[in-house]
Every structure is written in C-alpha cells, then in structure tokens.
Design a protein around this ligand. Structure first.
Ligand SMILES: NC(=O)c1ccc[n+]([C@@H]2O[C@H](COP(=O)([O-])OP(=O)(O)OC[C@H]3O[C@@H](n4cnc5c(N)ncnc54)[C@H](OP(=O)(O)O)[C@@H]3O)[C@@H](O)[C@H]2O)c1
Length: 366
C-alpha cells in the first residue's frame, strides 16, 4: 500500500512538472515578429511571412531583409516555388503535436515554403559546385520569397529542358515518391504497384517514377483525372468514384498510399502475401493524426506476412540529382495544375488545402 502511495505521489509530481514546463514553454514561445518595430531598412526583398497560426489569412507579403549567403551557401534569386501540404500544416500548426518543434503558441520560423527554383546570384567563399548565373532548384524553408540563401548540398543544377516552374515542383513531392517506392517499397521491375491518390503532387511523380523502375502501375483518382493519370504512364486507372480498389480481384506487390481513406485491413486484402503498404499521407486531424494510423500499421505488421509502414521523406542532394537525371532523360515530367503570383500564396494554399490539386501548384516570382 505504501509503495502504491509513493508511486502515485511521484507520478502526480512528474505530471505536474511536465504541465508546468509546457505552460511556461507556451507563454515564452515567440517569434521575430515581436522585435519588429520600425520598417526594415537596407537591402530588402519581398517574402511571405506569418506571425501567428491560423488560416491562410494570417499570411502577409512583406518587405524583409534580403539574406546574405554564409560561407557554405548560395544566394538564389527565386523564379518559382511550389506549394505542399506541409505548408498549410505549418500555417495552421496542426496536428498540434508538430508545435513541439514548430513553436507552441506561435510559429518560431515566420517564413514559409520549401521548394524553389531560381538563379544563383552570389556564392559563399567555400562553395565549390555553383557559380553566379547557374540555374538551380532545391529545398529551403522560406521559398515563398524573392531570394533564399541555401546550403549548396540542398540544391542541384536545373536541367535546361525544364522550366523554373517545373523544377520548383520537384523537391518535396518527387523525393517523397522516390524514397517511398525505392527505399521503403523496394520496388522491382514487373511488380504490380498501386498508387492511391495518383493525381496529386506526390502521386503524379510516383506514377512516373514507378514506371521508370519497370513496375506495372495502377493509379487511383477521380473521373476528371483518369485521362491525365493514364497520360503520365499508368497502365491501369481506377476511378474511385465508381470502384473501390480494396474490393477488386487484383493483388499488388506494393501500395503507395497518399490518401489513407481505406483501413489498413482493407488495404491488406489487396496486397500479395509478401506485399508492402507504404503510408505517405493519412487522415489529417487536429491533435496527433496520422500517428495512430502509423502505429496501427507498425503493430499490424508484427502479426501479418505483409509489411505495413509509414515513412517521412528526407530531402538530400543525391535524390534531387537522381530526379534531375530522370527529368533530363524525359522519364519524369512534372505535372503543373495552377500558377499563382507571390502575392497570391494565400489563395494557392487554400486551393491545395481543399485536397483536389491535379499535380503541383506553383508560385511564380517575378
Ligand atoms: N510522408 C511524407 O514524407 C510526406 C511527404 C509529402 C507529402 N505527404 C503527405 O502525402 C499526402 C499527399 O500529398 P500531395 O502533395 O500529393 O497532396 P495533394 O497534391 O494535395 O493531393 C491531392 C490529390 O489527392 C487526390 N485525392 C483526394 N481524395 C482522394 C481519394 N479518396 N482517392 C484517391 N485520390 C484522392 C486528389 O484527387 P481528386 O481531385 O481526383 O480527388 C488530388 O489529386 C498529404 O497527406 C501530404 O501531407 C507526406
């Protein structure tokens, strides 16, 4: 009894301390918006910034200080950027669990956007691979701006056969598709691969990349996107408004799921005995989604012959280079849906957040 009492006291103490630490972190979490009194002076550029979490209405186009490249960085004049679901997750600060890293009460980093393409304007003294005038694309927080300074290992040369808009649409979505299929899915020539959400940013790259690996690809999308998904190389297309892929007779070696609208058991039903289910996107909720589904996949995998897993893509130069080569060889061509100006980033985000983009949504920076 005494031991139980002691455990209860210690637990209550630990929980109270954790809550107190959380409360202090909440009130102390701030960002550079609070330091900005007078209008910024000196070398300025336009950039999208946000000081508080909320809807895309919190975004503002402002003049802020133009960055200078550090020794290992290049300064890129951004010509185009692209929008990803992660942008609206950062604006809303949801699922809330991500605020542990992004800032509890306010976003710690007030700049937005990741994917960019543009022209190198200046290079740091240790930069070896780029020169001013080079056209590049890559990934760096703050891509919705006239300039970004970025480490040279976060960018690659843009192929001449690609526009800035096409190149800007590549990093997050295409690297995700590549790593999901190659590293997690271990896709092999001749395998049957199903891409759920084949018409979105990740999906349009995944269909083409899976084809480049020699797979037989089935894409799942709605009626209006059937022709587009077929045109980028899908061997079969399932219109989800007419047919449920989890009820078909076909069995797949690999399912790349960008949507997460069917249960894990339903997905498992159409996997071969040694098949793999790779969860890229899942249901979005306010608190911790899609973590419970990822945990379910992990647990289910322990009891079935199939491998079911969630993964998070990691941007790196090697994979950007592989994608650059695939595009240069004409094996992958980015699909662009809509174009917005820098001042229209809030509309671009609203459009993407509605969940029905056809390929990538890009922002052109004049
Ligand atoms: N794990 C990672 O590292 C990682 C990286 C990047 C993205 N993600 C996540 O992956 C998901 C997809 O990203 P994305 O950039 O491709 O998003 P997106 O471009 O916004 O995807 C939109 C597409 O989803 C399709 N879709 C909607 N409901 C569908 C359904 N019931 N069945 C099939 N397709 C459906 C839409 O097609 P219709 O208009 O035809 O409905 C639309 O083309 C997001 O949840 C994102 O957060 C994860």
């Amino acid at each position: 009894m005494r031991v139980l009492k002691r455990v209860a006291w210690w637990s209550a103490g630990a929980i109270s301390l954790a809550l107190l630490a959380l409360l202090i972190a909440w009130w102390r979490s701030s960002n550079t918006c609070s330091d900005r009194g007078a209008a910024p002076q000196g070398n300025l550029m336009k950039a999208i910034v946000y000081c508080d979490y909320g809807s895309p209405d919190v975004l503002r186009l402002e003049n802020i200080e133009k960055p200078a490249p550090a020794d290992d960085q290049i300064l890129v004049r951004v010509r185009a950027a692209s929008v990803n679901p992660l942008d609206w997750h950062y604006i809303r600060g949801t699922p809330y669990v991500m605020r542990m890293e992004a800032g509890l009460r306010k976003p710690k980093v007030i700049r937005l956007g990741v994917d960019f393409a543009g022209t190198v304007e200046a290079v740091g003294r240790n930069v070896k691979q780029f020169r001013p005038g080079d056209d590049v694309f890559g990934a760096r927080t703050g891509a919705f701006a006239e300039y970004v300074s970025v480490r040279e290992d976060r960018a690659v040369l843009k192929p001449a056969n690609l526009t800035f808009e096409q190149a800007a649409s590549v990093p997050v979505a295409a690297v995700t598709a590549l790593q999901g299929l190659r590293d997690k899915g271990r896709v092999q020539p001749g395998q049957k691969v199903l891409i759920n959400g084949a018409s979105g940013g990740v999906g349009t790259f995944a269909v083409q990349i899976a084809k480049s690996f020699g797979a037989e690809v089935t894409g799942v999308c709605s009626t209006r996107n059937v022709a587009m998904v077929r045109s980028i190389g899908a061997d079969h297309v399932i219109d989800y408004t007419k047919e449920d892929f989890t009820e078909g007779a076909q069995r797949y070696d690999l399912i790349l799921d960008n949507v997460g609208n069917r249960s894990l058991l339903e997905n498992r039903r159409v996997l071969k005995p040694k098949g793999k289910y790779i969860m890229v996107g899942g249901p979005s909720g306010r608190w911790i989604d899609p973590l419970p589904r990822a945990l379910d996949a992990f647990l289910l995998s322990r009891f079935v012959s199939q491998d079911m897993t969630m993964f998070l893509a990691e941007l790196n130069k090697e994979d950007l280079t592989i994608l650059r080569d695939l595009m240069q060889a004409g094996k992958v061509t980015p699909v662009i849906d809509r174009r917005y100006r820098l001042s229209e980033v809030p509309e671009a985000i609203r459009y993407l957040e509605a969940g029905h983009a056809r390929g990538k949504v890009v922002v052109t920076v004049e």
